[in-house]
Design a protein around this ligand. Structure first.
Ligand SMILES: CC(C)(COP(=O)(O)OP(=O)(O)OC[C@H]1O[C@@H](n2cnc3c(N)ncnc32)[C@H](O)[C@@H]1OP(=O)(O)O)[C@@H](O)C(=O)NCCC(=O)NCCS
Length: 151
């Protein structure tokens, strides 16, 4: 948690960081946040792609990374998670978004796939990360020929 807190505080100060929160009577019941990948980002490191091309090339304006999405257990299953994600991604200027999930949590993965995200592969978790490996997902945000659920 120490690492997570330090990392989150650093992310919150980065250019382009954005968070959306849900409150009920002033009490926080859900949130989602993320930031654009910088040209020096290690996000895609270790990702095996059949035809890599320039897929993993970042400019600072190309890809928005969704870092965390959470809703209080008492408030789940009412569409809040999907709405938070839609609010965050609906106004982002980047061409695509990415997120990392736990490969051992098929229910969450199916949820993202229903929301239009595509799995692109597995990456090893860096030192200090919460998991040893992550499944990476991508969704198009602007018209690049692919459909998007958020525009
Ligand atoms: C993932 C999470 C944010 C979803 O929040 P939520 O407010 O329940 O989201 P929604 O109500 O928009 O519903 C999410 C989807 O899961 C389904 N779902 C909701 N509650 C469910 C339940 N108890 N069992 C099975 N499916 C459920 C919904 O049908 C919905 O699918 P759909 O959008 O295709 O209809 C929430 O479960 C959570 O905070 N989980 C712990 C943190 C986490 O796993 N975050 C994601 C890490 S990558």
């Amino acid at each position: 948690m120490g690492d997570h807190r330090r990392r989150t505080l650093r992310q919150a100060e980065s250019a382009g960081f954005e968070a959306v929160t849900a409150r009920e009577n002033g009490v926080l019941v859900g949130f989602v946040y993320g930031l654009p990948l910088s040209p020096r980002s290690t996000w895609w490191e270790g990702l095996q792609l059949a035809r890599p091309g320039d897929f993993t090339v970042e400019t600072g304006r190309r890809t928005f990374a969704v870092i965390d999405l959470a809703v209080l257990p008492s408030h789940r299953g009412r569409g809040l998670g999907r709405r938070l994600m839609g609010e965050l991604l609906g106004s982002r200027p980047e061409e695509r978004a990415t997120l990392a999930t736990d490969p051992g949590n098929p229910e969450t993965q199916r949820m993202y796939e229903r929301w239009g995200w595509n799995r692109v592969g597995l990456t090893p978790g860096a030192k200090g990360e919460t998991l040893n490996a992550f499944d990476l997902y991508v969704i198009a945000l602007r018209s690049t020929g692919e459909a998007s659920s958020f525009r």
